[in-house]
Every structure is written in structure tokens, then in C-alpha cells.
Design a protein around this ligand. Structure first.
Ligand SMILES: [Zn+2]
Ligand SMILES: [Zn+2]
Length: 224
């Protein structure tokens, strides 16, 4: 097996492969550059370097979200991986973190019922056409829960090019598109995205879901 990131041959001992037959295709050198978020984290936003987290002073009182949890710190290495995956069309790179993503989901959301819904943060139609896949949908498809596209995203300016101040001032780019008949509002929802940065995107999405009547909204991202 070759490392999907650096293309080096991965040499695992035979016994290890027998115990863990589905290892992520990442070599030990690259794997050590990933920074898993360890417990304890901020109980609201899931970051692990600030137990009482300044970022959350803004969001916590809104009570839009039950909590966010993330798998890795958004460090230089993960930035590079996500950029290659998302913007340069190296689609198969997601395999690098499949098992970590699944294992953390099971750990953090084990108390939620099996019928919990996943709602991937959508891309606008234009950006989806440009990029050819939605990274949040790809992540959601790795998890053993039903994905329900309850949100639609309107065309907007590219968020990653804006400053934090601009992003916060931006209007909510999401629209709710669930139909009242087939929705159980007591059913917990987990929003899925690749990165939780300022929390703005996740909270905009959560705001639409809560306004539509959904009672419990969580979020789970690959990076924080
Ligand atoms: Zn490697
Ligand atoms: Zn926090």
C-alpha cells in the first residue's frame, strides 16, 4: 500500500495488518503530521487548546448548537491535505482520514439515536459545478447515518478570501428546504463540514434549522 499523500510505500508488519485490516493509506511520516484533537476539549466548540474558549463566548449564548466536535487541528499539514482534496480535485485523498473520522463520530455522538440525520453543509450550485463534488457530502457519506439535504446555499462571495470581520457581517447564505410532512423535528441533526474556523458557517446553518423547528442541532467537522 502506498501513502496517498507522499506516495511512499507503507510497510506495516504482517501482524499489525491482521489486527487492523482497514488501515488508512497514510505513511507513518505523514500520519505524525496530523494533530488529533484530544480530550478534554472545549465542551461547546470542540477545540482542545482552550478549555474555556474565547471563541465560544460569542456563540454559546445563542444556543443554536448543542455542540461541535472535530477530529484534527487545522494545522499546516491538514491545510495542505484539504487544499489538495478540495480545490485540486485529488478526490481520493479523503481516504487518508476515513477511519479517524468514523471512529471520532462514534465516540462523540454515541449517545445520539440511530435515526439521527446528517446534514452536509451545501455548496452553491455554481461552486458545486466548478469543484465537481461537495467535500461535506463526501464526509457525511462515510458515516453510518442517513444524509438529508435540508439546506440549500445561495450564491455568495468566496468565504475563504474574506476577513473574519467580513464573514461575521455576511448575511446568512442558507435556505431551509425540508418539507414539513416528512420531517421529525425531535430527531437530532448533525451538520457535517470539513472545517470549523470561526463557527460562522455552522451557526448560520444551525440558525436555519432551528428556525424551521428542529430542536437539536450538533456539528461534526474534520478540522477545527
Ligand atoms: Zn506519506
Ligand atoms: Zn470553544
Amino acid at each position: 500500500m502506498y501513502c496517498l499523500f507522499c506516495h511512499q510505500l507503507i510497510e506495516h508488519g504482517l501482524s499489525w495488518q491482521t489486527i487492523l485490516p482497514k488501515l488508512d493509506p497514510i505513511c507513518p511520516n505523514c500520519a505524525q503530521l496530523l494533530a488529533p484533537i484530544h480530550l478534554p476539549t472545549c465542551d461547546y466548540c470542540g477545540r482542545d487548546d482552550h478549555i474555556s474558549c474565547l471563541d465560544c463566548k460569542r456563540w454559546r449564548p445563542s444556543q443554536l448548537l448543542c455542540y461541535n466536535r472535530s477530529v484534527f487541528r487545522y494545522n499546516t499539514f491538514l491545510k495542505e491535505v484539504i487544499a489538495r482534496w478540495k480545490f485540486r480535485g485529488d478526490y481520493q485523498l479523503y481516504a487518508l482520514f476515513v477511519h479517524s473520522f468514523q471512529a471520532r463520530f462514534n465516540q462523540y455522538f454515541s449517545e445520539l439515536p440511530k435515526h439521527t440525520w446528517l446534514v452536509p453543509i451545501p455548496l452553491s450550485e455554481k461552486r458545486l459545478a466548478h469543484r465537481s463534488f461537495n467535500q461535506a457530502e463526501a464526509l457525511a457519506s462515510l458515516l453510518p447515518r442517513t444524509t438529508v439535504p435540508l439546506l440549500k446555499r445561495l450564491e455568495g462571495e468566496k468565504q475563504s478570501k474574506k476577513t473574519r470581520k467580513h464573514r461575521l457581517a455576511m448575511r446568512n447564505p442558507f435556505l431551509y428546504q425540508g418539507s414539513q410532512e416528512d420531517v421529525d423535528f425531535a430527531q437530532p441533526i448533525v451538520l457535517i463540514d470539513d472545517i470549523y474556523t470561526t463557527g460562522t458557517t455552522i451557526h448560520h446553518a444551525a440558525q436555519r434549522l432551528r428556525a424551521a423547528g428542529h430542536q437539536k442541532v450538533y456539528s461534526f467537522t474534520l478540522a477545527r
